[in-house]
Ligand binder design. Structure first.
Ligand SMILES: Cc1cc2nc3c(=O)[nH]c(=O)nc-3n(C[C@H](O)[C@H](O)[C@H](O)COP(=O)(O)OP(=O)(O)OC[C@H]3O[C@@H](n4cnc5c(N)ncnc54)[C@H](O)[C@@H]3O)c2cc1C
Length: 369
């Protein structure tokens, strides 16, 4: 089959955002997706555009988060204009009820130029909660991720991507440290540059189809379950983070309750335990939800790495293979800067952040980059 400049495997937020960056740079792009685009972790996520406690994350995560947050309003507006699909980027603010590391939190906000507001009692009107140094970050936004993914898909189609869905990869032909062909149920594709954006499936692709490589990314599935309540609009004005769980109010009143983190579970079955735990959390925190119907319960597979830092960059052994995967709990948040960094690396453009923290060898002190 005719080849593109760039072949991307996986059509989640990373695949679509990476494709968009390449297309914007004038490259031709093919995406192969084993199911339909935007139906896995990127669909299942909550769409909070911030790590839950950003000051507890590695600096390399902050380095991708801050430039991404700056770009989001423009990306969302551009997608709405070009596709007619509104991703509902909304600056609903993030209220954190329990904030034991107050000094660290305020210092991080100051260095990151993220506004912090002092709270009065009005904030807790609807909530039943014990607070500890509560903190409100009014600029933190959310995106309605299923719509964001639909808009991204339409945008890359408008820009001329060749998108092949239901395309299962069966093998690669590698010679002289390059991938020459990808074989699939849609035939053979000749490859120039190939980028894996295969989320939680990345490690199994290396293990099953790229056997014998020394450098296999340490990416594992971490299942997350969520609930959706159908509440009247304005039941809750802000995103609320209370301990390990959160509520996200959408514009139409629906409220997402998240989430569980279940390591090394490679299936998306939902459980009664998670349902009970999340329902109890939601109703205790926001008693108004007692009368709101619970309309959906789902699970998704996060691409987890040990420290939440993704792999972005070229594979050290296969010269035309790159990776943009392993964004764990913050892939929607970090997608603009992650895609930009990967594309800048492949096209040899100036880089927006230092690439070293995201490279394959980063955990191995005796290997040179
Ligand atoms: C419950 C939950 C809540 C979350 N909340 C948030 C949040 O509030 N904010 C935030 O920033 N992040 C959140 N996340 C994390 C975020 O969703 C992920 O980090 C992000 O979606 C990862 O994107 P991805 O494109 O790498 O993976 P995915 O969206 O999983 O996409 C990978 C794609 O690759 C395809 N694929 C895999 N193998 C192959 C193959 N062999 N051939 C072809 N295609 C293949 C898959 O079908 C899939 O479409 C959450 C995740 C979950 C599960």
């Amino acid at each position: 089959m005719q080849n593109s400049d760039i072949m991307i495997i996986g059509g989640g937020v990373m695949g679509l955002m990476t494709a968009r960056e390449f297309l914007n740079a004038g490259a031709s792009v093919t995406i192969l997706e084993k199911n339909s685009c935007g139906q896995e972790a990127s669909w299942a996520g909550g769409g909070i555009l911030s790590p839950l406690y950003p000051w507890r994350q590695a600096q390399s995560i902050t380095d991708l988060v801050l430039p991404s947050l700056k770009r989001y309003p423009e990306i969302a507006a551009d997608l709405f204009e070009k596709t007619g699909i509104d991703p509902q980027w909304t600056q609903s603010g993030l209220l954190i009820t329990q904030n034991p590391d107050d000094e660290l939190a305020r210092e991080w906000c100051k260095c990151s130029q993220i506004k912090v507001e002092t709270l009065d009692h009005d904030f807790f009107n609807q909530l039943k909660v014990d607070t500890l140094n509560p903190i409100f970050l009014p600029e933190i936004a959310q995106i309605r991720n299923p719509r964001f993914l639909q808009a991204l898909k339409q945008d890359v189609l408008n820009k001329g991507v060749r998108l092949i869905e239901n395309c299962e990869i069966t093998s690669f032909t590698c010679e002289h440290n390059r991938i020459h062909d990808v074989h699939s149920n849609h035939g053979r594709f000749v490859v120039n540059e190939i980028v894996l954006t295969t989320g939680a499936w990345t490690r199994s692709i290396f293990q099953q189809l790229l056997i014998g490589l020394l450098d296999v990314p340490e990416i594992y599935p971490a299942k997350g379950q969520m609930l959706l309540f159908d509440a009247p609009p304005n039941t809750l004005p802000h995103i609320v983070l209370d301990g390990d769980h959160y509520l996200i109010p959408r514009r139409d009143g629906k409220i997402i309750v998240g989430s569980t983190v279940e390591y090394d579970v490679f299936h998306k079955e939902i459980t009664i335990e998670a349902h009970e735990k999340l329902t109890k959390f939601a109703i205790e925190l926001l008693p108004a939800l007692k009368t709101a119907p619970m309309i959906k319960h789902w699970a998704g597979l996060r691409p987890a790495t040990e420290d939440g830092v993704p792999y972005i960059g070229r594979h050290p052994e296969i010269h035309n293979l790159s990776l943009n995967a392993g964004h764990f709990r913050n892939g929607l948040t970090m997608s603009p800067a992650s895609a930009q960094l990967l594309v800048d690396l492949v096209l040899n453009r100036p880089l927006i952040v230092k690439p070293e923290p995201y490279q394959f060898f980063r955990h191995l002190p005796n290997k040179s980059l």
